[in-house]
Design a protein. Structure first.
Length: 70
């Protein structure tokens, strides 16, 4: 069944976003990211206590691309 769409005003579309008006069968946004972080970096919650005597994050990435999107 065809979609009926009225006026549309687009303010902003992000780099890995999809904008569609009307009928659609499948939508698949694609994005990749690489994150480097030391010990205790992504801990969350109330009352979390982290004690690290030493934390080193070594980054040596010699390949040109890790996650290729076609």
């Amino acid at each position: 069944m065809p979609a009926k769409v009225g006026a549309v005003k687009v303010i902003n579309i992000g780099s890995s976003s999809i904008f569609n008006i009307g009928d659609v069968y499948s939508m698949s946004p694609e994005s990749t990211a690489k994150t480097y972080a030391g010990g205790g970096s992504f801990n969350t919650g109330d009352g979390t206590h982290i004690q690290l005597k030493e934390s080193n994050t070594y980054v040596r990435d010699t390949d040109a691309a890790d996650q290729n999107i076609d």
